[in-house]
Design a protein around this ligand. Structure first.
Ligand SMILES: [Fe+2]
Length: 386
């Protein structure tokens, strides 16, 4: 089967190997003549960014590159991007890269025509209605990792350096108008990044599946996303040149972000303070905490996990069968067992617990959480106590 298609939900997606060649056409169809390509400095040094910019120039577009985006992007990255956009007289944004670049790019596109500060658009109550929609720039998103799914998300996670929290900036129209899903762009990812980002996709599907809200459409997408991860993540990690594995993982990543409109949970609540304070890798952190959160939530999700294990075709169709698969997958692709191994230690547990409780993902955890629960759960993850 040719792994290629034009899809229209949750947005227009042009999927298939080599489709980066359609970038200029995608920009033009959104009315762009002078796109600003937003990426991170690591990617900006690679030929794929130069090639994407050259494709645009050859097609008569005036394309500039803005690459001042750090991992776990902060407000200053957005402010500088807005300044670059306005100074260059741009009329649209190409969001190009992994989660950090995509999130920064989407926030820049939101902010180019706003009068209020960024934090006024945090995902609280109806704050998104404060956005002047006419001031938003159109976005073509080009993911280069398979995990975040931010290319099909309606929000950006930006770190507020004042209180070291990750804040969600949300507007329904932050969903990029066009996505180019080209698995060839993910082929050069090192195995450990493939593993960590792939586990982020799994955590999106899994937390969406487990969240207690009623959303069967999201559950359907989450279940199939997890089936793709199970079948293809090990191959993507161990045989990085496999376009087949890279294709399925790129789709699974978009599926995870589509599904988590249903909610996330304690994996993300625990992970966000680690990223905001210690700059740990988001997907890797989720991967480390995953089994501990599953065990913590066991009573609330046991029936659901049995159903999921059956869909995935696991040998033991039970909660324990699923847990064993997660542990085996983590071992196979080189994920550490404990948070201590990625620099989160016992002295952080008490400080991070209130931040985890305040994280918006907490609302989707199947088991209600308290600050003390989070402190204990952090300690379990740090000490390796399942
Ligand atoms: Fe995530």
């Amino acid at each position: 089967m040719e792994l290629r298609g034009n899809w229209n939900y949750p947005t227009a997606i042009r999927f298939g190997a080599g489709r980066i060649a359609e970038l200029p056409d995608a920009c033009r169809s959104l009315g762009m003549g002078r796109p600003l390509l937003v990426t991170d400095p690591g990617l900006a040094a690679l030929p794929m960014v130069a090639r994407a910019a050259a494709l645009c120039s050859k097609a008569g577009l005036h394309c500039a590159v803005f690459a001042d985006v750090q991992p776990n992007p902060v407000e200053e990255n957005v402010t500088r991007g807005v300044a670059a956009y306005l100074a260059g007289g741009h009329d649209g944004v190409i969001a190009f890269g992994g989660g950090s670049a995509l999130d920064a790019a989407k926030a820049i596109a939101l902010m180019v025509g706003q009068k209020r500060p960024l934090w006024d658009f945090e995902d609280r109550e109806d704050w998104f209605t404060r956005v002047d929609v006419a001031g938003m720039a159109p976005v073509v998103a080009v993911p280069t990792t398979a995990g975040t799914g931010s290319e099909v998300g309606r929000a950006s996670v930006i770190t507020d350096v004042k209180d070291h929290t990750k804040k969600i900036i949300f507007h329904p129209r932050m969903l990029p108008a066009i996505v180019i899903g080209d698995p060839e762009l993910t082929v050069g990812l090192p195995a450990h990044v493939t593993a960590a980002t792939g586990m982020d996709a799994l955590s999106h599907c899994l937390e969406a599946w487990c969240s207690p809200f009623y959303h069967p459409m999201a559950e359907g997408i989450a279940a199939e996303g997890m089936r793709l991860v199970r079948q293809w993540l090990p191959t993507a990690v161990h045989e990085g040149a496999s376009i087949e594995a890279r294709s399925h993982m790129l789709v699974a990543s978009s599926m995870g972000a589509t599904a988590f409109q249903k909610g996330l949970g304690a994996m993300h609540s625990l992970s966000h303070p680690c990223g905001a304070n210690l700059n740990t890798h988001h997907g890797l952190t989720n991967a480390v905490v995953m089994p501990y959160v599953l065990v913590w939530n066991r009573r609330a999700i046991e029936g659901k996990m049995t159903r999921l294990a059956a869909y995935l075709g696991l040998a033991r169709q039970s909660f324990d069968g699923f847990l064993d698969w997660v542990l085996e997958l983590r071992r196979d692709i080189g994920i550490p067992d404990t948070l201590a191994e990625i620099g989160v230690h016992e002295q952080h547990a008490a400080a991070f617990a209130p931040q985890a409780l305040a994280d918006p993902s907490t609302g989707g955890n199947p088991q209600p959480m308290t600050e003390d629960d989070y402190r204990i759960l952090y300690l379990n993850c740090i000490r390796g106590k399942l």
